[in-house]
Design a binder for this molecule. Structure first.
Ligand SMILES: C[S@@+](CC[C@H](N)C(=O)[O-])C[C@H]1O[C@@H](n2cnc3c(N)ncnc32)[C@H](O)[C@@H]1O
Length: 195
């Protein structure tokens, strides 16, 4: 199995959308979550997006070892991948422990920011969900405020989703009894202004 070609990701999704839900994991790291989750969700296609090549290769190894045919990895900046995706083509986006960029001067590098929310809104199907986890309180508040302010989203849950336990960072933080903040967000249905 090869890494997915970022340039043809949209046609790849097109080829699978009639037989499965389509899910993205942004920042899949070494693939602990995607490999375990994909095994539990045979009727979903899950695409891990990861910027670092070595981590992509480790994730691929896990997928191959389990002989999974529904999990794939693309090596690319998430922001570039999002731009290439078609409108309303994604069911679920998983974002677990995105880099927190704690210094004030680096905050603009965080993944969850308004222009990226606009892309999430465009590519998610109405009712589609985004599941987010972070151990960094300041980033959690930023996520919560941005999603609350955006007209297309509603926050549907603050509790930990079951999937949290599959992420390597989540299991490390949980065993160290470190606080984890979670957010589940839904893309609101599109309302026809004429009706
Ligand atoms: C803190 S790790 C979390 C890994 C995994 N999600 C987990 O919970 O165990 C963040 C990951 O996101 C990747 N990453 C950071 N910025 C990214 C971006 N813009 N696009 C894709 N991956 C990114 C990093 O290389 C790293 O592997």
């Amino acid at each position: 199995m090869d890494l997915l070609d970022p340039e043809s990701i949209s046609s790849f999704i097109d080829s699978r959308k009639d037989r499965s839900d389509i899910e993205l994991e942004i920042g899949c790291g070494n693939g602990h979550f995607i490999a375990t989750y994909a095994e539990k969700k045979p009727y979903s296609t899950i695409i891990g997006v990861e910027i670092k090549k070595k981590r992509c290769l480790k994730a691929m190894k896990k997928i191959e070892k389990r002989k999974l045919t529904n999990a794939f990895i693309v090596q690319e900046r998430a922001e570039m991948v999002l731009k290439r995706l078609q409108d309303e083509s994604i069911d679920i986006i998983h974002i677990y422990f995105p880099d927190p960029w704690p210094k004030t001067k680096h905050r603009k590098r965080r993944l969850v920011r308004m222009p990226v929310l606009a892309e999430f809104s465009r590519i998610l199907k109405p009712g589609g969900r985004i599941l987010l986890l972070t151990d960094f309180f300041d980033y959690f508040i930023q996520m919560k405020v941005l999603f609350s302010l955006h007209d297309d989203f509603e926050i549907i849950q603050d509790n930990l989703p079951e999937e949290v336990f599959l992420s390597i960072y989540a299991s490390k933080f949980l065993s160290a009894r470190r606080k984890i903040y979670s957010l589940t967000v839904s893309r609101k249905p599109v309302v026809d202004p004429i009706l």
